[in-house]
Ligand binder design. Structure first.
Ligand SMILES: [Zn+2]
Length: 111
């Protein structure tokens, strides 16, 4: 069962209906959906934390390369995919993403 995301956008900021601030993970999930930024596969939100298919927050431009911690620089991906992305520059990540998602499409066509 998926978690119901009880979020609303109020004055440009995401809020829970009870007024609490949601976690970054919830806001990104609401914005981008349940799929991994890198491989495009479904993220297992109920998986054991830090197991390979569990969600993790990826900074597209790594903090170590001057990236921001704003939500606009964050996406969700699998823990295992996050490990693969490391601190590569964004251009290289985009390339990795294109390759993985192309492989994924080929797999689906082959069925
Ligand atoms: Zn992934």
């Amino acid at each position: 069962m998926g978690i119901h995301l009880d979020l609303m956008r109020i004055a440009g900021r995401w809020r829970r209906s009870n007024g609490e601030l949601p976690s970054d993970r919830e806001v990104i999930r609401r914005r981008d959906g349940d799929h991994c930024w890198l491989c495009g596969g479904a993220i297992q939100f109920e998986a054991r934390p830090n197991s390979n298919a569990a969600p993790s927050i990826e900074h597209l431009v790594p903090l170590s390369r001057g990236g921001s911690s704003a939500l606009s620089n964050k996406v969700l991906c699998h823990v295992s995919c996050n490990r693969d992305l490391r601190n590569h520059p964004l251009e290289q990540k985009e390339l990795m993403r294109a390759v993985r998602q192309q492989k994924r499409r080929k797999r689906w066509r082959g069925r």
